[in-house]
Design a protein around this ligand. Structure first.
Ligand code: PLP
Length: 418
């Protein structure tokens, strides 16, 4: 990276802004119905306005000092956590806290399990966690930070955790099992009742990563969709993560780590006294953070209410069905698994799916890929309802050109975040 000097004197804002607008020229739009890459989670212009205005109201308030000087932020956190606990069938006495994202929720889940195991499983001298093949890498990041060994399963049978293999990996050093509801790659939920039974049998912590399902499944069930069991209704589930900044429609920076019993908070909290400023005690990884995200979450939850979420979830799931029907109707294409939320992966045993991906990109459709098995990966939100037919028409034409050998893929890899 090259070194750069600050300008000797500052410029006026108009000039700085103009330069930023030039810098932005090559960026993709933050949201477009021709884009299927997660990150925007569009819930409607009105929802966006509510989230942004609420964010602005708290943009400069430091969430680190909420308990000291911003009681309204403490109230928002309590309200949001309370609503989430209700949505995921938490038992009386459950608790939770807000983090800045799914990654932080997973890191804190591992940290909490690690501290819990110190008391509960003292025989685990070299702690290990067991993670399904398709689980999010934030589990590995967490373990890396804490010097914990990760046993990542090597296969996703039916695109889910291989429960038999998982059971075989459990040993005296195992402290935690992980499961996804659903996983990012396939949008399919692991067999959580079976995994929870193993957790109970071996006295292990089980974290369910419902970062995607948290704001879909409770509403999908109410709409009559068959949703697999995934939440605190299952004995043996110890903690659950839910991202409010995904389909909860909060601005970025809001997730929740929910615990089946409030006493587990003592393992989550980090407290330090031995410095001149007195007690430093937090439940999160982060220190300073904007209160904007939390404020936007509270605002959107109250703006949409249950009805608003039901309406949006209904629309997304109908859209997903239209995509899946269309994709499966094109000869040679198949969806990898039966997705339960808004993530779809499809590929082909007959032809090069990456060539299809490149053909679709040329036509202005932007999506991600999977490498194992090779797939085009779609991330749906309500805006995609308007373009299903256009997308499928292009897809059918591109598949034809790939089958005829007219186009071949130039790039074989996939990348999640860079
Ligand atoms: C299943 C799953 N868990 C956790 C995360 C991490 O979330 P974040 O990007 O908010 O840190 C993601 C991100 O997409 C995810 O797909």
């Amino acid at each position: 990276m090259s070194r750069n000097q600050l300008p000797p004197q500052g410029h006026n804002w108009a000039k700085v802004k103009a330069r930023m607008q030039v810098a932005q020229k090559d960026d993709c739009p933050w949201h477009s119905e021709r884009m299927f890459i997660g990150g925007s989670y569009f819930g409607g212009e009105d929802v966006l306005q509510v989230a942004n205005e609420a964010y602005q109201m708290y943009i400069n308030c430091n969430g680190l000092y909420a308990a000291k000087i911003f009681p309204s932020l403490v109230r928002y956190e309590t309200d949001i956590v309370g609503a989430l606990l209700e949505m995921i069938n938490a038992p009386i006495g459950a608790s939770g806290s807000i983090t800045t994202g799914g990654t932080e929720s997973l890191i804190m889940a591992v940290k909490t399990a690690y501290a819990w195991a110190h008391d509960r499983r003292p025989g685990a001298s070299a702690p290990e966690i067991v993670v399904p093949h398709a689980a999010h890498p934030a589990f590995d990041k967490a373990a890396h930070l804490m010097g914990i060994k990760v046993v990542r399963l090597t296969e996703s049978l039916d695109f889910r955790a291989d429960v038999k293999a998982l059971e075989h990996t459990i040993n005296n050093n195992t402290i935690m099992l992980a499961a996804s509801a659903p996983s990012y790659p396939f949008g399919v939920t692991d067999a959580i009742p079976e995994i929870a039974a193993l957790a109970e049998k071996h006295d292990l912590w089980l974290h369910v990563d419902a970062c995607h399902g948290g704001f879909i499944f409770p509403f999908a069930r109410k709409l009559g969709y068959a949703i697999p069991d995934y939440d605190f209704a299952i004995p043996g589930v110890t903690s659950i993560s839910v991202d409010v900044h995904k389909l909860g429609y909060a601005n970025k920076g809001v997730s929740a780590l929910l615990l089946c019993d409030a006493y587990l908070e003592t393992y989550q909290r980090y407290t330090f006294e031995d410095w001149p400023s007195g007690t430093y005690s937090t439940q999160n990884l982060m220190g300073s953070r904007s209160g904007g995200g939390l404020a936007s979450a509270w605002a959107v939850l109250n703006y949409l209410g249950e009805e608003g979420y039901l309406e949006r979830v209904g629309k997304i799931l109908e859209t997903r069905e239209r995509f899946l029907d269309g994709i499966r109707g094109i000869e040679g294409l198949e969806s990898w698994g039966d997705p339960e939320a808004y993530l779809i992966a499809f590929g082909s045993s007959a032809f090069d799916i990456f060539a299809v991906d490149e053909g679709m990109t040329e036509r202005g459709w932007l999506s991600s890929r999977l490498i194992d098995p090779p797939a085009i990966h779609l991330f749906l939100d309500i805006s995609h309802a308007a373009i299903v037919d256009d997308y499928l028409e292009d897809l059918a034409e591109v598949v034809k050109t790939v089958k005829s050998g007219e186009i071949r893929s130039k790039e074989k890899g996939a990348s999640y975040s860079r």
